[in-house]
Write a protein that binds this ligand. Structure first.
Ligand SMILES: Nc1ncnc2c1ncn2[C@@H]1O[C@H](COP(=O)(O)OP(=O)(O)OP(=O)(O)O)[C@@H](O)[C@H]1O
Ligand SMILES: [Mg+2]
Length: 232
């Protein structure tokens, strides 16, 4: 049997604000098989983004462990964690986080640039641009490569963010409220895009949402409540 794409063991996370401590995650353990599409739902403030950031190695838990594709990430140096994040994890943020000064193509190329040494980049640029163009074309953005984010609609921006997240062929795609900022029609188009990558390419996806109806189209829905993650 192949290793789970994601495994977490008893994740605890709190935030300290002055003298008070806010305990957000109280022992979250779950696993996601390779190729699975899991949705995590929960009320605003329940800790969904916090959990996704821990899984994506953007933050560290107070206690507990994240294992990605069999690698115990708590044992890694900061440099190895960064590498693993860069190679294995694609992140789609709720508010796109595209760089306004860069064109669509350049935004999508960024993760590949980060992942390639400066000396190797000129050689690889053509091939990487071709891949970026292919992904963008598949997302209906073939005519938007030279636009800047401010010249795109919300749904188009989110599709650029998805293209960027997929650029390095990550083992895991983490999407934090990818439809949260969009009207319901555009939101369901984004959902269709994610489902297509899941079905056609076997992309492992963990999507956070507070839209229970959207979550239902994932393979499995988990609920975050009172710092614990449970089956729906
Ligand atoms: N850096 C921080 N410092 C202090 N408190 C924080 C920090 N980040 C988040 N919190 C608090 O932790 C709780 C969980 O936040 P989180 O962003 O994970 O919730 P969420 O489930 O993603 O909510 P939403 O659906 O509104 O995005 C919230 O009450 C929030 O105020
Ligand atoms: Mg959130």
């Amino acid at each position: 049997m192949s290793k789970p794409a994601i495994q977490t063991h008893e994740l605890h996370k709190s935030y300290r604000l002055g003298k008070t401590t806010l305990q957000v995650l109280r022992g979250v353990s779950f696993r996601v098989a390779a190729g699975e599409f899991v949705a995590i739902v929960g009320a605003s403030g329940s800790g969904k983004s916090t959990l996704l950031h821990l899984v994506g190695l953007l933050d560290r838990p107070d206690k507990g462990r994240v294992v990605l594709d069999g690698v115990k990430t708590d044992k890694l140096s900061a440099g190895r964690r960064n590498r693993l994040r860069c190679e294995d994890v694609g992140f789609v943020f709720q508010f796109y986080h595209l760089l306004g000064e860069l064109k669509v193509m350049e935004n999508v190329l960024l993760p590949a640039q980060v992942d390639t040494s400066i000396l190797a980049w000129p050689k690889r640029r053509t091939e990487r641009r071709a891949r970026a163009a292919e992904i963008l074309d598949g997302l209906g953005l073939g005519e938007r490569l030279r636009h800047r984010p401010s010249e795109l609609s919300g749904g188009e921006r989110q599709r650029v963010a998805i293209a960027r997240a997929l650029m390095n062929q990550p083992k895991i795609l983490l999407a934090d409220e990818p439809t949260g900022n969009l009207d319901s029609k555009t939101g369901s188009q984004i959902m269709d895009v994610l489902k297509r990558f899941h079905t056609d390419a076997g992309q492992t996806i963990v999507m956070v949402t507070h839209d229970v109806a959207l979550a239902e189209s994932a393979d499995r829905v988990l609920h975050l409540r009172d710092g614990q993650l449970t089956d729906a």
